[in-house]
Design a protein around this ligand. Structure first.
Ligand SMILES: [Zn+2]
Length: 66
């Protein structure tokens, strides 16, 4: 079975918590408004346990994600 079988969700590791919290652009870390909803990522918090985060991206990077 694929590690990440749901295409709308991404498992990420080692990401700055402010990016996970949706405070800054997930890609570049910019806090410059406007910031746009950029989907959801998950981090592994334990064996078989993931935590889901709603992330944001700056205008430049939200367009790259599409
Ligand atoms: Zn950005």
């Amino acid at each position: 079975m694929a590690e990440n079988s749901r295409p709308d969700l991404r498992i990420v590791e080692g990401v700055d918590p402010t990016r996970l919290h949706g405070e800054v652009c997930f890609v570049c870390g910019s806090a410059e408004p406007p910031l746009h909803p950029a989907g959801t990522v998950e981090t592994r918090v334990g064996e078989g346990v993931v935590r889901r985060w709603d992330i944001v991206a700056c205008t430049e990077h939200v367009e790259l994600e599409r």
